[in-house]
Design a protein around this ligand. Structure first.
Ligand code: GLY
Ligand code: MN
Ligand code: MN
Length: 489
């Protein structure tokens, strides 16, 4: 990026322009300051159509309003985080804010204020930065000015796009100072805002708001399901991209795989939904291997766990374990096919009315059977399951809710999620695995360093489920055929 304007006086060197939120920067000649005020075209956009999710977001706000009548609800988008000096990490808006607005603008805050005179419902206001003022110089002399960060929507434009009245966020502190009555804020995204509200909120009541917004997301609406399908489809293309460059990865490292998938994520979506796990060889036995700096070797496996996040911030979460040279060895195939069988049993258990735990139990039973059959653990299977002995090699739960967050709905209560019942519209992963650590002396040597996971994204439907990620083959022979096809073999 370019440097900001260089200060001309020693005193001013102490303070980067970025911190000068208002007013002219000294050291700018009056003539230049005057010159910069004018000569700019009116670029206001008119007749903007609402964004595709505006109606869905309005329904979500209406449900939120009904759940907390008479209370002021404050939902921030979050703030930029400094990486170093005047550079920031890529901004990713708070999930709760995105869910309720469809917007992703840093520093913005949604406020639901109880209607005056005891009328039902809430007034909805979205506080955000307006277009930069050109008269007072903030447009070009302030680090948040549009000349530096790009054109913003005007408040009127944003209101038309989002279907929510918009006001200048700089009015919000005053508005909140004057607020009377109960207030709740979503914590963890905007420390100054929380500080401004500290004498009006309690941790317990704020947690109830967070839990509500997590549980509200358990069942996805039609827009969300469409976005998740887009995320999965782009992810499938990203996996194919990776297969086509495995030779380059062999010549370099796992980083080539990470970079290749990231390119797809940035071109088709917003980002990856989580750090891509590009785990070749024994790295596959490390569940969250995201260093991705290891060697990629023919004859070994690549466990690739990656997901594209759409521009609306819905993410896929898919894993395939691929033979780097295109063919599984006999032992790799034996273990792969066992995981496949476990996943099949897990997916079959995903249906409305089933307990959330059922698909985990179904997959674990198959894996325990295989481990007993291979002589790695002493049966009978019931004993293994009862004592959880299979977990030395199965390591993790078999799946989780998926949506705006990869581990979506994480604040939901146990009774509504882990001990809950599946309903149409829920989207979850089914991702059993077997992992034999390189230093596990309890298994034969040839098993050591093999890690296999297969992960798909499953929508609960009225009569069962739909696998959103069927664009990627799962069966071992189909994986091999798909790779051969991509490589022109
Ligand atoms: N990629 C993280 C997970 O599968 O849960
Ligand atoms: Mn995953
Ligand atoms: Mn997952």
């Amino acid at each position: 990026m370019t440097d900001e304007l260089t200060p001309e006086t020693p005193d001013e060197e102490e303070q980067p322009i970025k911190q000068r939120k208002n007013g002219l920067y000294p050291g700018v000649s009056d003539e230049l300051a005057e010159n910069m005020k004018s000569g700019w075209a009116d670029t206001e956009l008119h007749d903007l159509a609402p964004i595709a999710q505006a109606g869905h977001a309005a329904d979500r706000r209406a449900a939120l309003s009904a759940r907390f009548p008479g209370e002021r609800l404050v939902i921030p988008a979050g703030l930029l985080k400094t990486r170093a000096n005047d550079t920031e990490y890529a901004f990713r808006a708070a999930t709760e804010y995105v869910y309720l607005t469809g917007d992703q603008t840093d520093g913005s805050v949604l406020v639901l204020e109880p209607r005056a005179d005891g009328a039902e419902g809430h007034e909805e206001t979205l506080y955000r930065l307006p277009r930069s003022n050109r008269e007072n110089g903030e447009f070009w002399l302030n680090g948040m000015g549009e000349l530096w960060v790009g054109r913003r929507h005007s408040l009127d434009e944003a209101a038309a796009l989002l279907g929510i009245a918009c006001k200048d966020v700089r009015e919000l502190p005053e508005q909140l100072r004057e607020a009377t009555g109960p207030v709740r804020v979503v914590r963890g995204y905007d420390a100054p805002l929380e500080q401004a509200l500290h004498d009006k909120v309690t941790a317990e009541r704020d947690e109830e708001l967070r839990v509500y917004l997590s549980e509200a997301r358990l069942v996805k609406d039609a827009f969300e399901i469409g976005e998740l399908q887009k995320a999965v489809d782009a992810t499938a293309r990203g996996f194919a991209d990776v297969v086509k460059v495995l030779d380059k990865a062999e010549a370099t490292s796992e980083r080539y795989i990470e970079g290749t998938f990231f390119l797809r994520a940035r071109v088709e979506g917003n980002d990856v939904g989580y750090g891509s796990i590009c785990a070749a060889g024994p790295h596959a036995t490390t569940l969250h291997w995201v260093r991705n700096d290891g060697a990629v070797r023919s004859g070994e496996l690549l466990l690739l766990d990656a997901g594209v996040e759409t521009i609306t911030l819905y993410t896929a979460d898919v894993t395939r374990t691929l033979p780097i040279n295109g063919r599984y060895t006999d032992l790799q195939r034996k273990i792969y096919d066992a995981v496949y069988e476990a996943q099949e049993a897990g997916i079959a258990a995903v249906k409305p009315g089933a307990s959330f735990r059922d698909f985990h139990d179904a997959a674990q039973r198959v894996l325990a059977e295989k481990l007993v059959e291979w002589g790695l653990v002493e049966g009978p299977v019931e004993r293994v399951l009862e004592l959880g002995l299979q977990r030395r090699w199965t390591l993790h739960g078999t799946g989780h809710m998926l949506g705006l967050d990869v581990h979506d709905c994480a604040a939901a209560r146990t009774e509504s999620y882990v001990n809950g019942t599946l309903e149409p519209g829920m989207v979850l992963t089914v991702e059993p695995g077997l992992y034999f650590q390189a230093d596990d002396l309890t298994v034969p040597e040839e098993y050591r360093g093999i890690g296999i996971r297969i992960e798909d994204d499953i929508l609960v439907t009225e009569d069962g489920n739909r696998n959103l990620s069927t664009a990627l083959p799962r069966r071992s022979d189909e994986v091999e055929a798909w790779m051969a096809d991509l490589l022109g073999k």
